[in-house]
Design a protein around this ligand. Sequence first.
Ligand SMILES: NC(=O)c1ccc[n+]([C@@H]2O[C@H](COP(=O)([O-])OP(=O)(O)OC[C@H]3O[C@@H](n4cnc5c(N)ncnc54)[C@H](OP(=O)(O)O)[C@@H]3O)[C@@H](O)[C@H]2O)c1
Length: 261
Amino acid sequence: MIVYNFRGWVPGPSKHSSFIAGFTKKIMENKKYIIIGGSSGIGLSLINLITAEGHHVYHFARNRGTWENESQIQHTTLDILSDELPDTHGIEHANGLVYCPGTIELKSFHQLSDENFRNEFEINVVGAIKLIRHFLKALKKSRSASIVLFSTVAVGQGMPFHAGISTAKGAIEGLTRSLAAEFAPSIRVNAIAPSLTETRLAEKFLGSDERREAAGKRHPLGRIGRAIDIASMASFLLSERSDWITGQILHVDGGLSALRK
Ligand SMILES: NC(=O)c1ccc[n+]([C@@H]2O[C@H](COP(=O)([O-])OP(=O)(O)OC[C@H]3O[C@@H](n4cnc5c(N)ncnc54)[C@H](OP(=O)(O)O)[C@@H]3O)[C@@H](O)[C@H]2O)c1
């Protein structure tokens, strides 16, 4: 068996296996995560994944979701656009925060009003900033917290009719890198940039089998995304398995941003 030994960082087999055991124990510990927007789509899938691992979720959205492990979820009704933020009482410590609310308002540039741009910014960016600020103290209490935000494939690759959303999500990518620098080493901050994913948000683009199939064919991996594809990345980014990743935009997009077929 080859034992890699780089300047003693990963020593012989016995220390190596105790390191793995300690790491596994850390991963298995029950954590508390704040999820904003887990009543549907990617957030709902993420909640099902992390509660199945035994973790607890503080959930905020206008509606409850139909979750698989209800008893591990504490729901607070919140409209991020109009409501006062909830008291942090009771959430004194959190291991991570995921902000899911978003939009897909596709219009040509001349149809987009200033108001449209402001609305996109409000829900995608200002909402995320408010929630992070609100729960920062609780996140700082965890020695290695993780924040996960959402961008879109349309930031890295120009797409017609995406000016509203790509402007807002471009700001999310800037925010991700800035906060990652500012909060390191105690809090990691990353964003996921999905391509078209089958959720309530995207349903108007996927109204028929033909449209779904055509959208799938535009992706090198031959299909559109499923909520679980994106939620799996979010769950990885929350966990200690991604302990050395921060300030990154993770492209989960069936190869769309990187490949040409
Ligand atoms: N689906 C895609 O094709 C796609 C592609 C690229 C990027 N993304 C990004 O991925 C993220 C998740 O999207 P998704 O597809 O999972 O969307 P989704 O199914 O519509 O879920 C959005 C979640 O945000 C919550 N939310 C929306 N407005 C809110 C408000 N005003 N106050 C509080 N909560 C609110 C919704 O809950 P309530 O309605 O109960 O409040 C819901 O739980 C978004 O940031 C989106 O921009 C998605």
